[in-house]
Design a protein around this ligand. Structure first.
Ligand code: TTP
Ligand code: MG
Length: 366
């Protein structure tokens, strides 16, 4: 098995860089791509100039405006981003067909065996970065290592325009010194929990026993136990199987009326079922997500007896699930409907990845 050669490429401030490229007046300025600041929208991403003010992805745009009053807000132009995305993907395929995109702007490549018969993954990574820049005028960062976890962590290590190589001999020290929040697969919430337990970097995590991690983090604990030892055997999968299909919506003002909430469920269900029917995908588990006006989130799921993709079944299940929350008693600011437990052996990942279903990207825990 050892030693694979994996590259992870991730574009720098992707949407914002496309905007700066296409409008030179924006170069060097704090550009914030996302919903307008006077709306309830959120920041998709922002330029590095705006990051200095503390602005980041997923932050409410209104908050970003307060942090960065001179920020230039731009509504996302998805067609421009997906165009750039196709260009970079075709560059990846000059080297290998083992390309696994994670979103429009990033992908894993397994170049252990590659079309150019180049032995050095580092040389390939550098070449790819140059080609991407020549073709799109956009910069990217690359990570090179012997598994996905390390390659992804490496690409994030030196941004923008970085290239970080983690050789097997360097991995142990690299991981030990790595701040816990920089671990790929450890999100903000887990990071906080770990810090409360005194786990601040890889070294601290490694000191915890397998049982400790399993007890505190369940299945994910096993994943942490492995990655902190540099073990990650997940293959680069060029055709990703979707694990869930969902849609969620933030309202322009909070909703308390049950009828209106049902109407929202109906239209979310509509979008989800249309997507599934179009691709012949069925699912067994219906989930809903409700975010109350104080940002508290409730989720409810139910598994059905058979695989379905019809609107009536999914709608009525989702409404029953909603009835078991406090939606309607409390004000609601966001609602989502998701189908999981899918029966989708034949689906097409290219199309899926272009849909803005970002919140539903499958978890990377094996
Ligand atoms: P990222 O690669 O996470 O971020 P980025 O490319 O903007 O910046 P970085 O240099 O740190 O890699 O995401 C890629 C694009 O996906 C990003 O440009 C916008 C979009 N996106 C969202 O729409 N919402 C989000 O919450 C995140 C994280 C990204
Ligand atoms: Mg990026």
């Amino acid at each position: 098995m050892d030693c694979r050669k994996i590259i992870h490429i991730d574009m720098d401030a992707f949407y914002a860089s496309v905007e700066q490229r296409d409008n030179p007046k924006l170069k060097g300025k704090p550009v914030i791509v996302g919903g307008p600041p006077n709306s309830r929208g959120v920041v998709s991403t922002c330029s590095y100039e705006a990051r200095k003010f503390g602005v980041h992805s997923a932050m409410p745009s209104a908050h970003a405006k307060r942090l960065c009053p001179n920020g230039i807000f731009i509504f996302p132009r998805f067609h421009a981003y997906s165009e750039a995305s196709s260009v970079i993907r075709s560059i990846f395929r000059e080297y290998t067909d083992l390309v696994e995109p994670l979103s429009l702007d990033e992908a894993f490549l397994d170049v252990t065996f590659n079309k150019k018969e180049e032995r050095s993954a580092t040389i390939i990574a550098r070449e790819i970065q140059r080609k991407i820049f020549d073709a799109t005028r956009l910069s990217s960062s690359a990570g090179v290592s012997y598994n996905k976890f390390l390659a992804k962590t490496a690409s994030d290590f030196k941004k923008p325009a970085g290239l970080t190589v983690i050789r097997p001999i360097d991995a142990e020290k690299f991981i030990e010194d790595l701040p816990i929040g920089k671990f790929f697969g450890i999100g903000k919430v887990t990071e906080m929990r770990m810090k409360e337990m005194g786990i601040n970097c890889g070294r601290d995590l490694k000191e915890r026993s397998y049982d400790f991690l399993m007890n505190h983090f369940g299945k994910a604990g096993r994943f942490y136990y492995k990655i902190v030892r540099g073990i990650d055997n997940r293959p680069v999968e060029s055709r990703r199987i979707r694990k869930s299909i969902g849609k969620e919506r933030t309202f322009s003002s909070d909703i308390i009326e049950t009828d209106k909430l049902k109407g929202i469920i109906s239209s979310l269900t509509d979008e989800v079922t249309e997507y599934m029917q179009h691709r012949g995908i069925k699912g067994k588990t219906v989930s809903i997500k409700v975010k109350y006006d104080d940002f508290e989130v409730a989720t409810r799921s139910r598994s059905l007896d058979s695989y379905v993709n019809d609107e009536r079944t999914i709608y009525s299940t989702a409404v029953e699930l909603m009835d078991s929350t406090e939606a309607g008693l409390r004000r609601v600011r966001l609602m989502g409907v998701t189908m999981s437990n899918l029966d989708n052996s034949q689906c097409d990942d290219e199309n899926q990845l272009l849909l803005p279903f970002r919140e539903f990207v499958p978890e990377l825990h094996p």
